[in-house]
Design a binder for this molecule. Structure first.
Ligand code: E4P
Length: 217
């Protein structure tokens, strides 16, 4: 499973990238707002930093304006992936941009049928939002499972980008189901290293090494 980092925080992207944990980056208008930076400037900086796809989202909701914005974003760097919402106009923009050779991430997916439409429209990525479904007491992971089955039934090449990931457990479940990519905030990716038995075991080893005077160099 590829890891995308879901942030516009340059320091966090750099930190994870140095560890080989960044196969791509996703942003959205809320993350850009949080960064306090200009969208074009911060997106360019991210594209220069990472080799993989960087999703930048349009803010228009009608096809013509989405196309203007999408084409403008696509010029930022060769690794831009234009993010469009899962609406009829968004799917139309997805089809046109994909036909033009631009990578497209269709976002705000909450149902298997929406994912089916995005694949038919030529999306490079479909972003089903796990956490937001869990928030309303539905099963976000069931959506990932359903899309995996549907895409495999028909050999769709659209990649499942599990999004709105809130925990290390979401990462594990998405990987078990076979999501192609998971995009998660930096703290979730970093939190995956933690296990109480690792911490307790290390404490004991450090103590025993000190007690025994073990010195390697
Ligand atoms: C995905 O591309 C979105 O940016 C993101 O995963 C949304 O996550 P949230 O529901 O935690 O805001």
């Amino acid at each position: 499973m590829k890891f995308f980092v879901d942030t516009a925080d340059i320091d966090a992207i750099r930190r994870l990238n140095e560890m080989g944990m960044v196969d791509g980056v996703t942003t959205n208008p809320s993350l850009i707002k949080k960064s306090g930076r200009d969208i074009l400037e911060v997106t360019k900086e991210i594209c220069d930093l990472v080799d993989g796809p960087v999703s930048a989202e349009v803010v228009a909701t009608d096809y013509d304006q989405m196309m203007k914005e999408g084409r403008h974003l696509a010029q930022i760097a060769p690794n831009i992936c234009v993010k469009v919402p899962l609406t009829w106009d968004g799917l139309k923009a997805c089809k046109t941009l994909s036909d033009e050779g631009t990578k497209v991430n269709v976002t705000l997916c909450f149902s298997p049928n929406q994912a089916l439409l995005a694949a038919k429209a030529g999306a490079t990525y479909i972003s089903p939002f796990i956490g937001r479904l869990d928030d309303i007491v539905l099963d976000g992971m069931e959506l990932i499972r359903d899309i995996r089955e549907i895409y495999d039934n028909y050999d769709f090449r659209t990649q499942i980008l599990a999004a709105s990931i809130r925990s290390a457990n979401h990462m594990k479940e998405a990987a078990l189901i076979g999501a192609d990519v998971a995009t998660a905030p930096p703290n979730v990716i970093e939190g995956m290293v933690k296990h109480p038995l690792t911490a307790a075991g290390l404490d004991a080893f450090v103590k025993d090494a000190a007690d025994a005077g073990i010195k390697i160099v």
